[in-house]
Design a protein around this ligand. Structure first.
Ligand code: ZN
Ligand code: ZN
Length: 347
């Protein structure tokens, strides 16, 4: 038997943020691929679409009218998954039938009045306005008694179930900490208590030493493919300083955050020369009034595409019942993304 190496042999990798494992099967990535790899022609969108409920001056489904905004615009979701009206209460029958009422606020953020642009096609100064708004919203929503966690996220592309191409994101702020950040919170705390530094501070330093999975770096942020990535082209943006939440970000850091968000998504668009779909979101400290020295702000990007603009990865079978699994290694993905031009393919 030859010696174990991660480029050739099936193995499991551990995600220290969640405590979960991913099965990596690099030998399978060597199979010849016979599926379709055709290029997708993209429809050209107008700068303003009279049918779009997010464009300036248009009517929304709920009957409200958008103002003629010229930068970013935020409003409370007309069909919110959460609201502040739910009375406090719960059910617990024999530890088997449990429910708790949940209070929250859901908002939509339009990144730009331009219907035809996406983050990678905007100027850094325009993307910075989005980061400014995230920071304001985190402060405002997080300061409310009922709100203990502010989840900022973006769903991009119809393949991710996003029904409107207008550049926008969402914020769901709620009274409980949802499962993903709650899992991370536990492990970040255990690591911080043991090492006196944040888990991501130490992880990032090692990744910068190794230079195997780094995609883009600027003065304040790094974008990389995490060692434990499950989606083929998954990535993370991590702050170099152990910033706990958006509220601690200074002007220079906000600009650097905007720049790396744009730089990373340019690479993504260049990969298959399409507007690259993903779900992305920021994990940061809960707004529960406690100190959170263990927290370290980061942004996850989970893109569903596997081999081309049309071939999507499915999380099915073993992945639903066992663990997530991937063929192409995170190092190979990182190398492919890193080799792409820094300039957007649309010029
Ligand atoms: Zn629009
Ligand atoms: Zn996270």
């Amino acid at each position: 038997m030859s010696e174990f190496n991660m480029e050739d042999h099936p193995h499991r990798r551990y995600n220290p943020l969640t405590g979960e494992w991913v099965l990596v099967s690099p030998h399978r990535a060597k199979r010849p691929w016979q599926g379709q790899v055709e290029k997708v022609s993209e429809e050209k969108r107008p700068e303003h679409d009279p049918e779009c409920y997010l464009c300036p001056g248009n009517d929304r489904i709920g009957g409200e009218k958008n103002p003629n905004y010229d930068e970013t615009y935020v409003f409370t979701n007309d069909f919110a998954a959460l609201n502040l009206d739910a009375p406090k209460g719960g059910v617990n029958e024999d530890d088997l039938f449990r429910a708790e009422s949940e209070q929250g606020i859901c908002r939509v953020i339009c990144f730009s009045p331009r219907h035809d642009l996406t983050i990678p096609q905007m100027e850094v100064a325009v993307v910075k306005k989005v980061v400014d708004l995230w920071q304001e919203q985190y402060a405002e929503l997080g300061s409310r008694e009922e709100i203990n966690y502010v989840q900022i996220f973006e769903n991009k592309g119809s393949v991710m179930g996003c029904s409107n191409p207008h550049p926008h994101g969402q914020i769901w702020a709620q009274s409980s900490v949802p499962d993903e950040p709650a899992k991370e919170s536990l492990r970040l705390k255990a690591y911080y208590d043991k090492h006196g530094k944040t888990l991501l501070e130490d992880y990032l330093a090692k990744e910068l030493d190794k230079q195997e999975r780094i995609l883009v770096e600027n003065e304040h942020f790094v974008a990389l493919v995490p060692y434990w990535a499950t989606w083929p082209f998954e990535s993370m943006i991590i702050s170099k300083r152990a910033i706990q939440h958006l509220g601690q970000m200074n002007e220079e850091e906000k600009e650097a955050f905007a720049a790396i968000y744009r730089d990373l998504t340019i690479r993504y668009d260049n990969l298959f020369e399409i507007s690259f779909p993903y779900s992305a979101g920021i994990h940061q400290a809960p707004t529960d009034g406690e100190e959170h020295p263990e927290w370290h702000l980061h942004m996850h990007f989970y893109p569903p595409l596997l081999r081309s603009a049309t071939v999507k990865k499915f999380m099915v079978g073993y992945e639903m019942l066992g663990n997530p699994q991937r063929d192409i290694t995170p190092e190979t993905s990182a190398e492919r993304l890193r080799r792409l031009p820094k300039k957007h393919y649309k010029g």
